[in-house]
Design a binder for this molecule. Sequence first.
Ligand code: ASP
Ligand code: MG
Length: 443
Amino acid sequence: MSTLVMKFGGSLTADARSIQRVAQIILAEKLAWSQMVVVISAMAGATDGLARAAEMAATHDGVGYRRQIAAIRAQHVGVIEALFRTLPAREMLHKRIDHWLFDALTACDSIAARHETLPRDRDAVMIVGERMMADILLALVQAEGLRSALIDSASWMITDNHHQNANPLLEVVEERIERVMRPALTAGIAVLTEGFIGATRGGAMTTLGRGGSDYTATILASILHADEVWMWTRVDGIMSADPQLVPNARVIDMLSYDEIRELSYFGVRVLHPRAVDPLLPDAIPMRIRNPAGVDHVGTVIHAQSAPGGLKAVSAIDGLFLSTSQAGIDLPEVLAQVNHLVGQAATGPVITVQSQGRSTLVFVVPTSEGPGAAAVAAQKLSAALPLWEVRTVKVIAAMGATVQNNNLPGIKALASAQGAGNRRVLAVAPEDVQAAVRYLHQLF
Ligand code: ASP
Ligand code: MG
């Protein structure tokens, strides 16, 4: 008996033609696997659009959020018209879409009626993207004759009430999966379910944080003891560098769980931050696959690290703090930084104390948004007058001991050799491209 869990990212449901392709993949894979679960995410841009509608509701912009929801409706209706020829199918789906969007509208109304926005209301708005796409895909594969069922994730993904970033209660989740999903799977029925969405025991809707459908898929894979989990997306896999910085960047064949976690820490946007964790106990392999790249197997992520040299070079915003004060109290400085800028500075990823100077380098997570490094640097330099504070780029070269800090023509402001053969360097922002290119060609 073989079990596959696969997730389709929003980039693959952006238009009718891509959705058709997704349906074909589901049909084809069902022939190859005895048990299959398909995790569905919202159409590209839908979750952003819904989040924007909730923002508008919070500022009491009633015209704005109604327009926003109407635009989302138009997109979905367009896709339905293109995919379904018969009137009854179209009408059924229009009704479903309107039903969900009415929920979103009601949630926006209640946000607008309050003085503060509750994360619970935001969740109620943001979940409808997955709901709509799940209905569309189910109708599509059923029209093709696939024995399939949509099992609402609110019936099994039971979470705590940490709205917008909820934590699955894994024991309950397992018990629910066995009860509501296993019988269908055993009967050979392909199961579709919404990613990203959960519910509290009390029935309030929650979400697992942005990109959460990855996490939905890996939790399912772990509880079902799946053979593999596949993340279908627009890219061929995880790249050895950002192709915008390095034109000849290539797809990495194999990475370990640790390496993928490191890469996301250092700014490579691949997966939901917690998505790898459920795969560890059974060492379930994960593949990143692109439907357009048929001749490409994509990146496989599993327990072992492939031997060999440099695997990836990444770059992310960072903060460089340096002082010539004698005898700094490191724990105290770290506590101060944390107090001043919180999550906007994680690390330190480099700590150098030598020749009367202390230097610390932090990473600014991409989740903090594009301007976060500059804002954090301003706060820190205002509050820490004895420190030189500057924004930098933190470069991580994974899988190789890069001996030389003196990259040709580039000054590394600080550097450190980390665990797992990782070299971390801080460079001035204007040097990032040259530095990444230089390190990448060391392969
Ligand atoms: N639709 C959600 C988001 O855009 C969840 C996901 O795509 O994984 O964040
Ligand atoms: Mg996504």
